[in-house]
Design a protein around this ligand. Structure first.
Ligand code: IMP
Length: 178
């Protein structure tokens, strides 16, 4: 495993992440059997999670991506959100599962749920790699979560700090800024 001086400790190893994703993928495969499932990934953080999850899901899935702007290179500053890159295709009549890297305040997801709900999907659900419920400001229905985490800034497996660390195969807590 690569050692990175800016990191305090590993929270979840590659093996723990893989095992948990397999469990959640099994639940999703069960729940959506016979449905028209589309995974909607929120760029860029969810890319690593979405591909790992999709590979473990045993029913047919479609995938699409969108990106939101709300965190212009700042570590954490919830607030204004807008769609920077929209989905390539419509979602009417489909069973949409939004794939997130982390649900923190929930403000991003609240906006996304409202926006996508207006496009006539059959259903919309949420699956997230990490959930930090302690900091929640907007109540959003998170159906599937891999891990609940404490109130610390984390990186790896898609999550970044100023666009770095996304490619770490584990999830780690950053050292506090001095
Ligand atoms: P929310 O609107 O506060 O729920 O923000 C969720 C978004 O904030 C995530 O999709 C991440 O891009 C970003 N974010 C929140 N916490 C962290 C963290 O600990 N590490 C990296 N990104 C984070």
């Amino acid at each position: 495993m690569t050692t990175v001086p800016e990191l305090e400790r590993v929270l979840f190893t590659k093996q723990q992440i893989a095992a948990r994703i397999k469990e959640v993928a099994a639940e999703i495969s069960d729940r959506y059997a016979g449905k028209d499932l589309k995974l909607v990934g929120v760029l860029k953080g969810s890319v690593f999670f979405l591909t790992a999850l999709a590979r473990e899901i045993t029913i047919p899935v479609k995938i699409d991506f969108l990106s939101l702007s709300s965190f212009t290179n700042m570590a954490r500053s919830p607030g204004y959100v807008r769609i920077a890159k929209d989905l390539d295709e419509g979602i009417e009549g489909e069973d949409v599962l939004i794939v997130e890297d982390i649900v923190d305040t929930g403000l991003t997801l609240r906006y996304l749920l409202q926006t996508l709900a207006g496009r006539g999907p059959n259903s919309i659900g949420i699956v997230t790699l990490l959930d930090r419920t302690e900091r929640r400001l907007a109540q959003v229905p998170v159906e599937y979560r891999c891990f609940e985490i404490p109130d610390r800034f984390v990186v790896g497996f898609g999550l970044d700090y100023k666009q770095h660390y996304r490619n770490l195969e584990y999830i780690a807590v950053m050292k506090p800024e001095k």
